[in-house]
Structure formats: structure tokens, C-alpha cells
Write a protein that binds this ligand. Structure first.
Ligand code: ZN
Ligand code: CU
Length: 481
């Protein structure tokens, strides 16, 4: 056996495949897991006595907007403190690369969720990936390219379907991104500037993704009362192109949509018999994105998460601000733009249905740039394990872990991550299954999770005693080398 760098003793091993945990030992050499078993007694540079705590594969955050923060030293602290060792970036149609079109001096919403114009510093997708490899992020990164960016670059004026020539331009950018190492394409059809894309435009682009063996992640056209037809459109595109499809942050927003998850999940379950379609969810009944009057109209409460013209309004409700200003909520919302908000608009029953659905994966959809972020940024994974698995018994702990490790790796096509097995990469998280939980709330959204001891990324400690070590051992996955 190779020289052992790390030996975990007396750990409750959750292997990521969903089976019941077993107590044993795990040995790591370099960036690899080299042995998993019982009664393993080998010399090691460092021995960690688990004292019965849980060891599982590092969590994979399948839905993030971490495009910019992966390039900063402490940017992934909200993720490492949750046990996350890999992040998928570029979701909802928005990615930092390729760059903004010439002449656009500020990113159009929702691109501004990622940062200001300076952050969009990469003319080609390859430039972004090279910067990422040079910097070496603190967790592994799987980058998607965003359709809204391609659209802005190809069209300028986006309030209409694209012409054939514009689609050709988008396909050229898409080809560059896929060749450079993007794992696929994301669309955000609920947002301008993508809302005006017709099904045909999406199908043409997605066909290229299918041919390249990539993934299509979609924030569907409608997550409100029209969610059933949005699922139908998604499945139609998936069926016709054969692309591996991931429905992002599945939810039913607004009272008119409550209960529709029973219909959408039945459609997805039936479709899975004949095509590759998966979905993810975050464990909260409030959504969060840029300021949008349609979303606000469907919400019980709207809380401002950031506002460029009125930064001090972050954390206050729209109703309260409108009352103070003596204007209607629509007028207040306009004055607060550009900005973002948290929309309380889902019901717990739909969330439970979606989360408990066997294929559903966990993704945070955290917004790291927000002044007062939605607590999902700091709390999603421990909340699924603590609140939903341990406290409410929605599923077993091992099932919850599979939804953030083994199953996720399978959907992303990662051959050597997501399982705690010999020969797999040593992305690991050590935690106490009796206490792990989220501490971030809507009032205090940046409180780190509790019950997590340590995290390793590619065999190197990224978090010890709950504190990031500053080590950056992440890899860019999917990038050509
Ligand atoms: Zn989205
Ligand atoms: Cu998103």
C-alpha cells in the first residue's frame, strides 16, 4: 500500500450511495482514498480519531452562483463551512464568461447577481477557466456557460426571438465554451433577457450541448401558475435533443401554483423512463433573485437583500419601505433597483414533496454577493441533514447524503467523486450526525452551520475545527488540460 497521509479511525462511514452507514476506518494517500474498511491498522502521517462522528464524501453544490467568489481567497467560506467540496457555477443562464458585449458598461439584471462590470473580465470562456486554474479555488469547480450572456453578446436588443444569424453567433460562443471545458449550458427563461427566446432557439443550442455530451441546466420559463407547461416545454426539448437535463431549483411559487408539484413530479417521474432528466431543490419556502414586480406580486412578504441606490434598505421589507416613503410597493420596488429580494411564496407541502422525490438533488442557489443574503447561502446542506432528515424524518440521513454526493456525481458524470470508495478522490467531510444543522436564518443569514468538524478537498484540509484553513486545493473539473 502507498504511504498513508491520513487515517480516519472510528468513523461512521456514509458512502454516498445511500446505503446504511457502518463504523470503520478510511485511509487517504495524496488526493486519493486508498482503503475503506474495518480493522484497518496502518501507519499514517496523521491519524484522526473520529470518536464515532460521520465521515462522508464532500457535498456537491449542484446549483450555485459562485462564478466570481471562486476567484477570491475567502469567497467559498459559506460553502466550506457546510461541507461543500465542489460547486457547479454558471446557473440560471448567467455566467461570468464569455464577457459582456462591447459597450455594455454595467451587467443587465440578472447578470448583476454575479458582480459589477469589472468581474466580467474574461473575453472567452477559456480565459475564465485559465484564470481559475491559475488561482486554484478552495473547492472544485464545474462551470456551466449561461445562455443570457450568449444572447446579450449575439443580439444587443433581446426583447424578441433571435434570428438565424444571431443563433449562429450564440452557437459559436457555445462551441468555444464547451471546447474550453464548460460542462454544459444553463438557461434562465423566466428572466429578461432570455424570456423572449422561443423553444426553437433553446432547442438549437441544446442540440449542440447534447452532441458534446454536456448538461443542460434550466431555470424554467415559469415557476408560478404556469409551471406545468414549463415542465412540458423542458421535457419536450429534452426528448427531441436527447440532452442530459437538470431542472434547477424546482418549486411552485405563489398561491395559484401551490400543490402543482404533485403534477410536475409525476410528469418528471414518467419522463425518466425514457430520458435523462433530473432536478434539484433548496430547502426553503422563500426564493431570492433580482427585484422583479411579478415575483413580488406572488409573495406574502418581500425582503430586500440588496439595493444599489438604497443599500441601507437591505434586510427591510418592501411593505415597510413603501409605507415610509408614502408610495405604492411597485413604485418603491422601482426606486430600489438595481437590487435583489427574498420572496416568501412557496408552501412547505410542495417543498417536502419535491425534496422527498427520489431523484431530487440538493443545490443551494446561494447568492454570495447579496448584502443580506437568503440563508440558503450558508445553510442549505446542514438544513437538509439536520432539520429535514434528523428532526423531521423526511428521509434517512444516508438518503439525504446521497442527494448531495453520489447521486449528484452520477448526474454530473463525475467518475471518481461523490462516493467514499477506494480509488475515489479524497473530498471528505467529518461531522456529528447528532448535531449537524443550519444556524443561518432570515434575520441572521450569515451564521455558519453547526456540527461540522473538518473538510478535505483532494486530500488537503480546507476546514479544521469549523474554520477554513486557507488551503486552495480545488480543481477545475471538466476543463481541458
Ligand atoms: Zn434560477
Ligand atoms: Cu440560480
Amino acid at each position: 500500500m502507498a504511504e498513508i497521509d491520513l487515517l480516519f479511525r472510528d468513523v461512521l462511514i456514509f458512502d454516498g450511495a445511500g446505503g446504511a452507514p457502518e463504523t470503520g476506518e478510511v485511509a487517504v494517500a495524496g488526493d486519493l482514498i486508498v482503503a475503506v474498511g474495518q480493522g484497518l491498522d496502518v501507519a499514517a502521517r496523521e491519524v484522526i480519531d473520529g470518536a464515532g462522528r460521520a465521515l462522508s464524501p464532500g457535498f456537491i453544490d449542484v446549483h450555485t452562483h459562485d462564478d466570481a467568489v471562486v476567484l477570491s481567497a475567502a469567497g467559498l467560506t459559506p460553502k466550506l463551512t457546510q461541507g461543500v467540496t465542489s460547486v457547479v457555477t454558471g446557473n440560471c443562464g448567467i455566467s461570468l464568461a464569455p464577457g459582456l458585449p462591447a459597450g455594455m458598461d454595467r451587467p443587465a439584471p440578472p447578470l448583476d447577481l454575479l458582480g459589477t462590470a469589472e468581474a466580467f473580465a474574461y473575453p472567452r470562456f477559456q480565459d475564465y477557466l485559465l484564470a481559475l486554474q491559475d488561482f486554484r479555488p478552495s473547492a472544485n469547480v464545474l462551470p456551466l456557460v449561461g445562455h443570457a450572456v450568449l444572447r446579450l453578446r449575439a443580439m444587443g436588443d433581446c426583447d424578441r426571438p433571435a434570428t438565424a444569424a444571431e443563433i449562429r453567433r450564440m452557437r459559436a460562443d457555445l462551441a468555444e465554451a464547451l471546447a474550453a471545458g464548460a460542462i454544459g449550458l444553463s438557461t434562465g427563461l423566466a428572466y429578461p433577457p432570455a424570456r423572449f427566446a422561443d423553444t426553437e432557439e433553446v432547442r438549437e443550442l441544446v442540440s449542440d450541448v447534447a452532441r458534446a455530451g454536456g448538461l443542460w441546466a434550466t431555470h424554467m420559463r415559469d415557476e408560478r401558475s404556469g409551471v406545468v407547461s414549463a415542465v412540458a416545454e423542458t421535457l419536450d426539448i429534452a426528448r427531441r435533443t436527447g440532452v442530459r437535463t437538470l431542472i434547477s431549483h424546482h418549486k411552485c411559487c405563489g398561491a395559484a401554483a401551490h400543490g402543482l408539484s404533485r403534477t410536475t413530479l409525476a410528469m418528471i417521474a414518467a419522463a425518466r423512463q425514457e430520458m435523462s432528466v433530473d432536478l434539484d431543490v433548496y430547502p426553503y419556502t422563500a426564493s431570492s433573485t433580482v427585484l422583479n414586480s411579478t415575483f413580488a406580486g406572488d409573495s406574502d412578504t418581500v425582503t430586500i437583500s440588496w439595493s444599489e441606490p438604497h443599500p441601507c434598505c437591505a434586510g427591510r421589507t418592501l411593505a415597510n419601505i413603501a409605507a415610509e416613503w408614502g408610495v405604492g410597493e411597485d413604485v418603491a420596488l422601482e426606486r430600489l433597483r438595481p437590487g435583489g429580494a427574498i420572496y416568501h411564496q412557496m408552501c412547505e407541502d410542495d417543498l417536502l414533496q419535491i425534496m422527498a422525490f427520489e431523484p431530487t438533488l440538493v443545490g443551494s442557489d446561494g447568492l454570495p454577493r447579496d448584502e443580506r443574503p437568503h440563508p440558503r447561502l450558508w445553510g442549505s446542506f446542514p438544513r437538509v441533514l439536520g432539520h429535514y432528515a434528523r428532526e423531521r424524518g423526511v428521509f434517512a440521513m444516508e438518503t439525504a447524503i446521497a442527494k448531495m454526493t453520489g447521486r449528484t456525481a452520477a448526474v454530473l458524470g463525475l467518475p471518481d467523486r461523490g462516493l467514499l470508495r477506494e480509488g475515489f478522490k479524497a473530498d471528505l467531510v467529518l461531522f456529528d450526525p447528532a448535531t449537524i444543522g443550519d444556524a443561518a436564518t432570515y434575520d441572521e443569514p450569515t451564521r455558519p452551520a453547526i456540527g461540522l468538524s473538518a473538510v478535505w478537498v483532494n486530500g488537503r484540509a480546507a476546514l479544521r475545527d469549523g474554520v477554513p484553513t486557507g488551503t486552495r486545493a480545488g480543481a477545475v473539473l471538466g476543463a481541458a488540460r
